[in-house]
Design a protein around this ligand. Structure first.
Ligand SMILES: [Zn+2]
Length: 258
């Protein structure tokens, strides 16, 4: 884990500077100033790395996530959909995927399963991979303890097992908001889940038109891509067929992670 190495390096720098400070504090004033500067710069850089690692899942800073397919030379890509199940939009997306014989990856929020059990069953029957996107996906997910995060992961998996039958349990987890931190690293490790990120963020949650979304998707599609979409967004359902047609015309095939 990159985090542990960076933390050890930071602690080592601070300890060395502190020891040297006490050795030289009465004899070499300019050296003492230099130590203060080194500690300040190291602290700022350490904080920068923590924040950068927390908000960019692709850095694999706190834990490892699969952010693209292993072979990035083959013209294959994965469509992944977060934040479902949506009672109207998810079936619409499933219809499009079915029409094009595409298996995708759905990261479902546990609390959305109730009332949508038939959609979950359909997703499973049609060969899509069902992943865990926490139970509540609350705004405060990332400030919970690892125990709280683990409880959400386990509870979501149980809800899936109740609908699809006991031996079935999601294997893949996508962190809510794509944020990672040491508590989540611990929770994922304890749950035995595999973290899946992405390397093409569609930004469909903030786009204002189907054309804008298509333009972003088309310009950033590359071999081995894992595309992040949301099946709660109307715009995504509207753009999906055109995007699939575009990818097929470019020689891409679609796959899922199993
Ligand atoms: Zn989400």
């Amino acid at each position: 884990m990159k985090f542990r190495k960076v933390r050890s390096a930071y602690i080592a720098i601070v300890l060395i500077c502190m020891v040297l400070y006490f050795v030289f504090r009465n004899t070499h004033h300019y050296v003492v100033d230099a130590f203060s500067i080194i500690i300040s710069i190291s602290t700022l850089y350490f904080l920068f790395l923590l924040i950068d690692g927390a908000i960019h899942i692709q850095r694999n800073f706190f834990f490892f996530s699969h952010n693209q397919l292993p072979d990035d030379t083959e013209k294959k890509l994965v469509l992944s959909f977060d934040d479902g199940i949506h009672p109207l939009l998810t079936p619409r997306i499933l219809d499009i995927l079915h029409a094009h014989q595409i298996k995708a990856l759905f990261f479902i929020i546990g609390k959305n399963i109730e009332g949508n059990e038939n959609i979950l069953q359909r997703m499973f029957n049609e060969g899509h991979t069902i992943g865990n996107h926490s139970d509540e996906h609350s705004f405060w997910f990332d400030v919970q303890s690892s125990k709280g995060m683990l409880a959400e992961i386990v509870s979501m998996n149980k809800k899936v097992s109740v609908v699809l039958g006991d031996p079935f349990k999601p294997k893949y987890f996508r962190p809510p908001y794509g944020v990672s931190n040491p508590a989540l690293a611990k929770a994922i490790h304890k749950s035995g889940m595999i973290s899946i990120g992405w390397n093409l963020r569609s930004m469909d949650t903030t786009m204002h038109s189907k054309e804008q979304l298509l333009q972003k998707l088309k310009s950033e599609t590359k071999p081995g891509c894992i595309v992040l979409l949301h099946d709660r967004c109307e715009i995504t359902a509207e753009a999906l067929t055109d995007y699939i047609v575009f990818c097929k015309a470019q020689g891409y095939t679609f796959t899922t992670i199993t």
